[in-house]
Design a protein around this ligand. Sequence first.
Ligand code: SAM
Length: 282
Amino acid sequence: MPQIRNANSYTIKSHRDLATPFMPSEKHHSPKKRFGQNFLTDTDAITSIIRALAPNPLDKVLEIGPGTGALTEILLRSVARISAVEIDRDLDLPLRNKFHDQPGFDLISADVLDPSFEIAALGVNKIIGNLPYNISTPILTKLAVERDGIDRMILMFQREVADRITAPVGSDRGLMTIVAQLAFDIERIIDLPPAAFRPQPKVWSTVLNLQPRPANFGDEPGFRILLAAAFAQKRKTLGNNLKAGYQLAKVSSAIDTSRRAESLELIEWEHLYHALKGKAGP
Ligand code: SAM
């Protein structure tokens, strides 16, 4: 079963601990809200995130959204290669200038969510990213699907999203909770306050260590369809959510139909899915 471990809390000591947010060549870059640009400026936080990746000189790392290169700059000292995918073309030049003498730096100007952007094609074994909050859920979904060959992912989320991803049974679980917990063993690394970023976001952030799990029933399209149906209306019972697409007799042979989707353990999802598999469904 997947493991979930808890985070250390984190306190900014003083603003004197903050690194300079922009290199001289980047001074004219205005952060863009639509790309979720909150740049990490706290040096202790950068160190903690990089340490969590456990970098070694053979590592080939994908960085999602390098921004102004705060993580990139430090991480490049310890790994063989960083392939950095950045959507904002205005950051191309500053990033190329900053890392022009670093042969291990490879900038890919692209949208990480573009279906033609395939992680397997990069030959990386680790992933790091302070994710743009507005699209962190679709990014995590893509990473869950494309996790094969990856040893470790260190990713930053809005704290509320991290809480949802790591939620135990009996708390606020959603479809993404089940997808993430079947795809990864998850460890909370650190919580960061808004003051760790420029510009400051309105919310706290949480860094997670996601260790990919072997392929399992959670990867099957039929299971994703079942999840979508089961969570269609969170306040409704499983019986009510599933009656349109599945034979209720099969559902009740596996699970008490008066329960809600958020109350099921992963092992119960497996049991339910196997009871329904091939028998019914939309
Ligand atoms: N890693 C930097 C840091 O920690 O300071 C920047 C993090 S900032 C929260 C998110 C970064 O992701 C931005 O540089 C943004 O332009 C980039 N980004 C946003 N959407 C993206 C997408 N769809 N594909 C690739 N990069 C994206």
